[in-house]
Design a protein around this ligand. Structure first.
Ligand code: HEC
Length: 260
């Protein structure tokens, strides 16, 4: 019926008619980056995946990796656990607030020290050799160290490495994919080419946002998944047209090949 849609002019240079040396070159490159991608995923499982102490990647892993595990200080755990009976509800709340504010010394002297002296010192003093001595600020401070996740310095480093490295990969994966003439709608092709860069930006921004607030952890998952899906789509389409589709169609435009 609609002739123009079936006889869309084909660009003279496309993955169907490109010369075999180029097909081999592209296939070699695509295979290497695909293996690289799988290795990267395995590495994510080993590093981030174990952040919460359990195997497999979860939202907690992402929060712990970037934001840190801020409920994990010994002092807070004890105040919610075996030391719960030793202080009133309000005193416990004050101490925990102070811990979460990074346990500053000035505030300790003003607000926390009186509570500790009243509720804890009778057991936690220099005579109890097996317990930390709470007359000594350093001994308390040691129990309030929080895990703040990745440092800003490391975040800056991995951000720039990822931005450079991953755009480099998608420059070529997208460049090869741009030569496909498979009959998908143009908008799908445009989307597939631009998507990795959008997801890359989302992925990197989500690391910074999660560093600031744990609520953004799910954005990291979406960013990463989006990158993976665009990669897989372009990879499969390109390989399919180079090695399977051209043979199936008999490709009349093979004659247009620019290089042999
Ligand atoms: C009646 C005595 C007693 C009082 C009062 C007491 N503690 Fe303890 N505390 C202990 C003992 C015994 C242990 C070791 C056993 C345990 O960890 O439950 C301990 C352990 C701790 C630990 C773990 C130390 C470590 O190195 O693992 C923290 C933190 C702690 N107490 C905080 C407090 C705070 C804060 C208060 C005051 C609100 C307090 N304790 C009051 C007896 C006491």
């Amino acid at each position: 019926m609609n002739k123009t849609s079936t006889e869309r002019p084909v660009h003279p240079l496309n993955l169907g008619n490109i010369a075999t040396p180029f097909k081999l070159l592209f296939t070699g490159y695509l295979s290497a980056v695909a293996i690289g991608y799988i290795m990267a995923l395995i590495q994510i499982l080993f590093t981030h995946g174990m952040a919460d102490g359990k195997i497999g990647l979860s939202i907690e892993d992402i929060v712990y990796s970037y934001y840190g595990n801020r409920s994990g200080t010994v002092l807070e755990k004890k105040l919610n656990g075996s030391m719960k009976m030793n202080a009133s509800e309000t005193d416990r709340f004050k101490i925990i607030q102070w811990v979460r504010d990074d346990a500053p010394k000035a505030e300790f002297e003003q607000e926390i020290k009186p509570i500790i002296e009243q509720d804890c010192i009778m057991c936690h003093n220099e005579h109890a050799s097996s317990l930390p001595n709470f007359k000594d600020f350093a001994a308390i401070k040691k129990l309030t160290v929080q895990d703040h996740g990745i440092s800003y310095a490391s975040l800056t480093r991995i951000s720039h490495i990822h931005l450079f490295g991953i755009s480099f990969i998608f420059m070529f994966v997208g460049g090869i994919f741009a030569l496909t003439t498979i009959n998908h709608h143009k908008s799908i092709k445009y989307a597939a080419i631009i998507m990795p860069f959008l997801f890359l930006l989302m992925d990197i921004s989500s690391w910074w946002l999660t560093k600031l607030s744990p609520h953004f952890a799910w954005l990291v998952i979406i960013g990463g998944a989006g990158l993976g899906i665009s990669f897989a789509y372009m990879w499969m389409t390109s390989i399919y047209q180079m090695w399977f589709l051209s043979r199936k169609l008999g490709h009349s435009d093979r004659r247009n090949a620019m290089f042999r």
